[in-house]
Ligand binder design. Structure first.
Ligand code: ADP
Length: 564
């Protein structure tokens, strides 16, 4: 009982799969059944019916596929399936020969072949008596293949239907019919034949007479499709799984085999057959899905790790740059402030030295002071020199390339934050003569500020975040200029703080979020390049920062501008 529940549970896993197939499939598959092969195939009144036909119809319905049926001779429909003129046959006994040109569903019933003879003595009481006898079989049936296989081909009489075979036998023509036991018994009954019976033997108990089953003529009945039609076959197997699980198979079986109920294959037997086919498929699907999901997760993890590293390195870079800039500003300010007093102290020390006895204790203190002050002076001068060196590293820069470089750095962040970034940068912008690193620093500041602003405003609706990076060249005061714009649809800047935005250490961000140096340093850098940095409010909210830089075609121009 527990087992059946488990099997039902596993089988039910196929239901959603099957129903999705059902919805998508409007194709009508062609099927056919042979003239009477009762109770598997019954064609009374020209309507295809019988156990196998009804089972196939039920399976098709559960699997969501449509079928049409025709009725014809077995050898014809078998041929047509082989040629692909038919899609599926409901009742095909499995054999190795047939497996070469058909694909078989799981077997849904297993039956045995019997020898039928007239009741009068025909000299046939077992399989061993068959050689040399005239035996009737249906053309193309398993019985024919079996008879040929065991060397009875020479005296074999093939007819189109078993009905014909049993009539001939009954009329005294030929010696025996080889047929599937159940079919033979049903036909004898249906045709009202009284003088034909199945060959029997004594059971192991030595008393009971039982029908002699032909060794090697065991028929596993399956649905068959043309070799290679895996799609239809898997639907049929799924359908079989469902009718086994939902009780339809039992109902159909009871309808067509009322006298065989005790021999009815158990639900477990059918289910095990079905599972033998479907479980490996299920495992393959599960395994493939797992591998797919694992690869996807792995790929995403690598992408995220990369994005994370880029963000960290960029933010770290930005923070370090800001710190360095801050230290630079501070250091050069301090250096300027200290330089004069240090020089003054040195002069005073010189005066003291001249005014006192050279061997006195005071002279000694003065000399020591001069020595120490010289050290300080040297440090200050180095600092000033350092600042000047930094400012003189100018080079020709292609704005398009520089912006592309920045974009490759920020792409990961923009994607991570789900910001819609519009880029409008013409490739043919003129080269500018500038401090590459510093201009990059400015643009990074503007872009990260814009990003912070949209992130802050659209915390709960990431789809609304928008940024735009654009650039253009234009003529102004007799020279060419480049304008770079960074805009966002973020928080905007409150009127009350507009005048303080470029002040050093002004920030509206929380502790550890902003140092308030980015814009002041950026402003300084752009001004040093002879340009301008400003911002304007965008209609509908948000801010546009505009950096304007003169294009200087040679180094002298910029050096001149700096000296002024
Ligand atoms: P910080 O990043 O440390 O705040 P910044 O100099 O970069 O320093 O910016 C100063 C302040 O200017 C920010 O704190 C913010 O209030 C404001 N700001 C800068 N850019 C924008 C922007 N795109 N949108 C709204 N406010 C901005």
């Amino acid at each position: 009982m527990r087992n059946s529940r488990l099997i039902i549970l596993i089988l039910c896993m196929f239901l959603p799969l099957t129903h999705s197939v059902a919805r998508a499939d409007h194709f009508v598959y062609k099927s056919a059944t042979e003239y009477d092969y009762p109770p598997f195939s019954v064609t009374e009144g020209g309507v295809a019916d019988g156990f196998s036909v009804e089972l196939l119809k039920a399976v098709a319905e559960e699997a969501g596929i449509s079928l049409s049926f025709k009725i014809d001779r077995w050898s014809t429909i078998k041929q047509e399936l082989e040629e692909g003129k038919l899609d599926v046959l409901p009742l095909v006994g499995y054999t190795e020969e047939r497996d070469k040109y058909f694909d078989f569903s799981v077997p849904y019933i297993v039956m045995h072949g019997n020898i039928f003879v007239r009741k009068e003595d025909t000299g046939i009481s077992s399989e061993e008596d068959l050689p040399g006898k005239e035996i009737i079989v249906m053309e193309g049936d398993n019985a024919q293949e079996y008879a040929i296989r065991i060397g009875l081909g020479e005296h074999l009489i093939s007819v189109d239907t078993y009905e014909e075979a049993f009539r001939l036998l009954s009329e005294g023509r030929y010696d025996a019919v080889l047929a599937q036991g159940l079919v033979g018994a049903r036909l004898i009954d249906m045709l009202g034949i009284r003088n034909v019976e199945a060959v029997t033997k004594l059971d192991n108990d030595g008393i009971t007479e039982i029908t002699e089953n032909l060794s090697g003529f065991e028929q596993k009945f399956c649905f068959a499709v043309k070799e290679g039609n895996h799609e239809l076959l898997s639907k049929l197997n799924e359908g079989l799984a469902i009718v086994s699980a939902n009780g339809r198979y039992s109902d159909i079986y009871e309808k067509w085999f009322p006298y065989l109920l005790n021999n009815k294959p158990t639900f477990e037997e059918i289910a095990v057959n079905v599972l033998m086919i479907t479980l490996p498929i299920l495992f393959i699907i599960l395994f493939a899905s797992l591998v797919y999901v694992r690869n996807k997760v792995k790929k995403k993890t690598i992408e995220l790790e990369k994005a994370n590293r880029e963000i960290l390195s960029m933010e770290g870079y930005l923070r370090n740059q800001q710190k360095l800039e801050a230290i630079g500003v501070l250091a050069s300010g301090v250096a300027h402030e200290i330089n004069n007093p240090v020089n003054g102290i040195m002069n005073y020390c010189q005066l003291i030295l001249e005014a006192v006895d050279k061997d006195s204790e005071i002279a000694e203190y003065a000399r020591e002071s001069i020595h120490e002050t010289t050290r300080v002076s040297k440090i200050v001068k180095n600092l000033l020199q350092f600042s000047r060196d930094e400012q003189t590293r100018y080079e020709k820069v292609t704005i398009y390339q520089m912006l592309s470089q920045i974009l490759s750095l920020i792409q990961a962040i923009i994607q991570k934050d789900q910001i819609e970034l519009t880029i409008d940068i013409p490739e043919d912008l003129p080269e500018i003569y500038c401090h590459d690193q510093q201009i990059q620093q400015v643009l990074m500041n503007l872009i990260t500020n814009a990003r912070d602003s949209v992130n802050k405003k659209y915390l709960s609706s990431p789809g609304a975040k928008k940024m735009k990076l654009s650039a253009e060249s234009y003529e102004h005061s007799g020279g060419t200029w480049v304008r770079i714009m960074v805009e966002d649809n973020g928080t905007g800047i409150d009127d009350s703080v507009r005048d303080r935005i470029f002040d050093p250490f002004f920030t509206t961000k929380g502790r550890h979020e902003g140092m308030g140096l980015g814009l002041s340093i950026s402003y300084g850098i752009i001004r040093e390049h002879g340009g301008d940095l400003r911002f304007e409010t965008i209609e509908g909210g948000g801010i546009r920062f505009i950096a304007e830089l003169p294009v200087k075609t040679d180094g002298k121009g910029i050096e001149k501008a700096q000296m002024e």
